[in-house]
Write a new protein. Structure first.
Length: 228
């Protein structure tokens, strides 16, 4: 097996299992883990906290250089801070989830976070065995030179059922409400990225009928095959 540090890109729609699978693969292969969605959420958290009008794209673009966002890449303990504040829980609220697509749709935000993501990936390549980076545009925009590209998907009902189970009864309307929330966010995200389309060179992994462990195993096999 080659000793070259590697990048594994994992993209896919909301709730397809990107975070759980990417962390599991990173642990198995001794890689770092980068959650790019958490960075868009952290930017949104900061905008909401600072009273930026999210309907005003110019205001969002003007404000986006200000927050200092730091991502920790240990797959056992991923972390994210904004201006030194731990926002790991704060970025998962319904308020942030409902607002994040609007912020992620502003090109100046994307430019800033993509630059940050490339810096983190470069540091991981220099200092470790590599990184699993997950999001919506890793394989086609952030890191087209990734060594392995995975497009992780699952049926809308499987994604909604899994997300519902994770959230318990918190979402109004239960699994049906979650299904509608996922569909709405995917539709919003599709204005900016391609959440339902595999990038050129990406291998599609359909997790609808697979357990989490089976998906991790499948992705590890694909990465090891590509590594040679
Ligand atoms: N193959 C699977 N079988 C059963 N449950 C799964 C599977 N994959 C993921 N899950 C569960 O589904 C839920 C959503 O997974 P996860 O948060 O990893 O998705 P995601 O794609 O990162 O979501 P988002 O895009 O919203 O950040 C979690 O509760 C996770 O444990
Ligand atoms: N590379 C990325 C990652 C995420 N986003 C957007 C799309 C999502 O609605 C939002 C939050 O991501 P999640 O935590 O649910 O994976 O961020 C993006 O545009 N590009």
């Amino acid at each position: 097996m080659s000793d070259k540090a590697i990048v594994v890109a994992v993209d896919g729609p909301s709730g397809s299992g990107k975070s759980s699978v990417s962390k599991g693969v990173a642990r198995r292969l001794g890689l770092r883990y980068l959650d790019t969605g958490a960075q868009y959420r952290a930017m949104t958290w900061w905008m909401l906290r600072n009273g930026v009008d999210l309907a005003d794209r110019e205001a969002v673009a003007a404000a986006c250089p200000k927050p200092v966002i730091v991502s920790g890449t240990d797959p056992d303990e991923p972390s994210i801070t904004v201006d030194g504040t731990d926002v790991a829980a704060g970025i998962r609220t319904a308020e942030v989830t409902g607002a994040v697509s609007a912020v992620a749709g502003v090109q100046a935000v994307r430019d800033r976070l993509i630059e940050l993501q490339r810096q983190i990936i470069a540091a991981a390549l220099a200092q470790s065995a590599g990184v699993v980076a997950e999001g919506r545009d890793i394989a086609d925009v952030v890191c087209p030179q990734a060594d392995s590209k995975i497009f992780l998907t699952a049926s809308p009902t499987a994604r909604a059922a899994r997300r519902s189970a994770e959230l318990g009864a918190v979402v109004a309307g239960g699994s049906a409400g979650t299904l509608a929330d996922l569909a709405r966010r995917d539709a919003e995200d599709a204005k900016t990225t391609r959440p339902h389309e595999a990038a050129p060179g990406a291998i599609v992994v359909d997790a609808t009928h697979l357990t989490l462990d089976q998906v991790i195993e499948r992705v590890v096999e694909l990465v090891e095959t590509a590594r040679g």
